[in-house]
Design a binder for this molecule. Structure first.
Ligand SMILES: Nc1ncnc2c1ncn2[C@@H]1O[C@H](COP(=O)(O)OP(=O)(O)OP(=O)(O)O)[C@@H](O)[C@H]1O
Length: 226
């Protein structure tokens, strides 16, 4: 037996073996309607991890995601995106799709908005959009207007739009709220693949099936981490 095999882990060595920090929140405060929606949130998020944000309705999960994604500004503290070249995929409540465009056009728009992909031909954009829609079972309705799709189909378009850019960070709010059991399992697998490929995934969820598949859970109660 090698000497020191049972020695306590060296904290410095443990730190070195952790994945790089992608985003860090420090003492975040967020006030809306005259009350503290989030208070004193300090959180370190690393590459290659899937983090579930759980807590009762109204505890601040969506607000925390919005701050981490840079969609809202904190009233106290800060969010720092540490890694370079972050490509962020978002699946928000309400989805934010353009209802008078087709499913494929919505997904293509995300690719076209991407910087750093010179020489992406029209044909290649469509090919990638079709592949992303195929992964969520929507290839047959790729040319349908979003407003003609069901809620669950619209949710899957939003997921395809987030995944098509091959995100290095993915924030999703109630990712599978409108999906049946079968699609839920498939979509959660696709999203967790982002973390398995070295990305950061942050999922706000009420669903224990989803949080149990994540690497780590952070719990909010009344805007504070518990
Ligand atoms: N713009 C706003 N104005 C007033 N109150 C707000 C605003 N945004 C959020 N809140 C309040 O902040 C609290 C947290 O909301 P948030 O949507 O972040 O919670 P949540 O945990 O995601 O809830 P749910 O699980 O129901 O989606 C709620 O009480 C909400 O009413």
């Amino acid at each position: 037996m090698s000497p020191g095999r049972h020695a306590a882990p060296d904290p410095e060595q443990e730190q070195a073996s952790l994945s790089p920090v992608v985003s860090a929140a420090s003492e975040l405060g967020y006030v809306r309607g005259g009350r503290a929606v989030l208070d004193g949130i300090t959180l370190t998020l690393r590459a290659a991890e899937a983090v579930a944000v759980v807590g009762p309705s109204g505890s601040g999960k969506s607000s925390l995601l919005a701050l981490l994604a840079g969609l809202e500004r904190p009233d106290a503290g800060s969010v720092t995106a540490v890694a370079d070249g972050i490509r962020v995929g978002l699946v928000l409540q309400g989805y934010g799709l353009v209802s008078v465009l087709t499913a494929a056009e919505n997904v293509e728009a995300a690719l076209q908005a991407m910087t750093g992909e010179p020489g992406l031909t029209r044909r290649e954009v469509r090919r990638r959009a079709d592949a992303a829609l195929d992964a969520v079972g929507l290839r047959p309705v790729a040319d349908h207007l979003v407003e003609e799709l069901s809620g669950g189909q619209q949710q899957r378009v939003a997921i395809a739009r987030a995944l098509v850019i091959e995100p290095t960070v993915l924030f999703a709010d109630e990712l599978t709220a409108e999906l049946d059991h079968e699609w839920k399992a498939i979509v959660v697998g696709l999203v967790l693949d982002v973390a398995r490929s070295g990305g950061l995934v942050v999922l706000a969820t009420h669903d224990p099936d989803i949080s149990s598949r994540c690497d780590r859970t952070v719990r909010l109660v009344d805007g504070r981490l518990t």
